[in-house]
Design a protein around this ligand. Structure first.
Ligand SMILES: Cc1cc2nc3c(=O)[nH]c(=O)nc-3n(C[C@H](O)[C@H](O)[C@H](O)COP(=O)(O)OP(=O)(O)OC[C@H]3O[C@@H](n4cnc5c(N)ncnc54)[C@H](O)[C@@H]3O)c2cc1C
Length: 485
């Protein structure tokens, strides 16, 4: 019996037959996540229905020394859920129940495979919703959100996943069931919940999450402000925050982005503007009116050439629909696009945007800039055609240089999409050896056998040493050694 046959037989002994996939035609849909340039078939995919089945799978992986990759909806953009050739993918697709909705304490207890938007849909009858709203919220799961510490338009005001999750129940590779956090605002002991959120499936498998819910605001309106140059738009973002306003959303799109989106969604964008800002106010009707007036004044003082305020809920949603559909719209104008995710101090927005514009010339590729401007979280979409010789390599080098610039201005190489396999070399730019060693120590405290999503997110010191040499000699070679399609 070879390894694969023994593994599948062991898994079939503990799970129903339909919950273990091993034929290539069944495992093919799991070969990649949203970073689709990189694919790998696993030995098997399992679809446990509850925590007991998760524990049974982990026991088998432990006993047979087989690596395991957790997977939610597979919308991740950094390869976090990409399979390992001699490993198992554990999909949470069948663990998709809202366990409890508690309107009184404004919390919901959900299984990991519940979709982000489904939480808000379930809370709607109580006038509540779950605030973090990734653009992928129609599909992505709360387990994936916890693993990536996901953000979204509303996170500037309401916080990221880490600020909206109170408790995580998870299982370790050693078979322990652990509860991190609590139902209260604080929990005694080390804050392992914060360490776990954003750990990209490397420390344990999430089996249940308690999230905070917030009241749906009575009113919300959004401003669309146009700017004749991107630098002025970037400075206007800093001016809004400096004026002491925390908008419910503060997003920016450059002209390439608005022209890409408009024919697709008809959001009503000013496609002549070099950049548009979307600034939302929410609260009571009076609060909204006051904040809209204050933001309008700041934007005009910062040089906005036009300011339009939504006059109905339908128009507010229309303005947002363009922003939310920016990534799919990129797919309509370019055979391929590479979505970067870096974060910078807001005051450097203009400088970084100018740098990206210069890199477009250097690499001979267009870049559409769409981002959570209020958080300083950039999403440059590098447009390329993988069928043209060298374009993927140029896109990767372009992306790596953007991240290096983010680090250079005091920012980070990821805002919300995680490191996965995509940015593992950029971690060598961001962190020193001692810091990486501390990350490895945390990983091995949870997963001493290194079976959970190994070789993702944290580079080995050897890898960084090699990368340093390549960096000096031949420019960046991201993803070296990984299969590419
Ligand atoms: C069009 C588009 C728009 C996007 N917009 C945003 C955005 O606005 N903000 C944002 O933050 N992200 C965004 N993303 C990225 C992505 O949707 C998020 O990272 C999301 O949280 C991934 O959730 P998922 O369920 O698809 O997880 P997956 O992609 O399946 O997995 C992501 C990571 O989580 C781990 N994981 C999954 N489930 C578990 C579990 N139960 N236990 C432990 N680890 C687990 C995986 O191993 C992997 O490392 C976008 C993606 C797309 C395609």
């Amino acid at each position: 019996m070879n390894n694969s046959t023994a593994l599948v037989a062991a898994l079939r002994a503990v799970l129903p037959p339909a919950s273990v996939l091993s034929d290539q035609e069944d495992t093919r849909p799991y070969e990649c996540d949203g970073l689709s340039a990189y694919r790998q078939l696993p030995m098997a995919v399992v679809l446990p229905a509850d925590e007991a089945q998760v524990l049974a799978v982990l026991r088998i992986c432990r006993e047979l020394n087989v690596p395991l990759v957790p997977r939610g909806a597979g919308t991740g953009l950094s390869g976090g859920a990409m399979p390992i050739a001699d490993g198992v993918v554990l999909s949470t697709a069948r663990m998709n129940q809202v366990v409890r909705m508690d309107a009184y304490s404004r919390t919901a207890v959900v299984q990991p495979g519940v979709r982000n938007l489904a939480i808000s849909e379930a809370a709607e009858e109580h006038g509540l919703y779950y605030a973090p709203d990734p653009s992928s919220q129609i599909a992505c799961t709360i387990g994936g959100n916890v693993a990536e510490n996901s953000g979204g338009v509303h996170c500037l005001k309401y916080g990221l996943t880490v600020h909206n999750v109170m408790r995580v129940r998870m299982v370790t590779i050693e078979g322990d069931v652990v509860e991190l956090g609590s139902g209260a605002l604080d929990a005694p002991g080390l804050d392992l919940l914060a360490a776990f959120i954003g750990s990209e499936g490397m420390l344990g498998i999430v089996t249940e999450v308690t999230v905070k819910l917030v009241p749906k605001p009575a009113a919300a309106r959004v401003i669309m402000a146009s700017f004749d140059d991107v630098v002025a738009g970037g400075n206007a973002v800093a001016a809004v925050i400096a004026a002491g306003i925390i908008p419910a959303g503060l997003e920016m799109m450059d002209r390439t982005s608005s022209r890409m989106v408009e024919p697709f969604v008809r959001a009503g964008y000013d496609t002549d503007a070099a950049a548009i800002l979307l600034c939302e106010a929410d609260g009571t009707a009076d609060e909204v009116e006051e904040e809209i007036a204050r933001m309008t004044a700041v934007l005009q003082a910062a040089g906005a050439s036009a300011v339009q305020v939504s006059t109905s809920e339908a128009e507010r949603l229309k303005f947002w629909s363009g922003r939310k559909n920016a990534f799919p719209a990129a797919g309509r104008i370019s055979p391929d696009y590479y979505c970067m995710d870096g974060t910078i101090p807001r005051k450097h927005l203009a400088r970084v945007l100018t740098g990206i514009a210069q890199m477009e010339g250097k690499y001979g590729l267009r870049c559409a800039n769409v981002f959570h401007a209020g958080d300083g979280n950039l999403h440059p979409l590098i447009l390329f055609d993988a069928n043209q010789p060298d374009e993927l390599q140029r896109a990767e080098a372009f992306g790596a240089e953007i991240l290096a610039l983010c680090v250079d201005v005091g920012g980070t190489i990821t805002g919300e999409h995680g490191v996965g396999i995509e940015k593992i070399d950029s971690m060598c730019v961001q962190f020193r050896d001692a810091e990486l060693a501390a990350f490895h120590a945390v990983k091995s405290a949870f997963d001493p056998l290194s079976l959970l999503n190994p070789n993702k997110a944290i580079p080995t010191l050897n890898r960084c040493a090699e990368f340093g040499k390549m960096h000096v000699r031949a420019g960046r070679l991201p993803f070296a050694g990984l299969p590419r399609f």
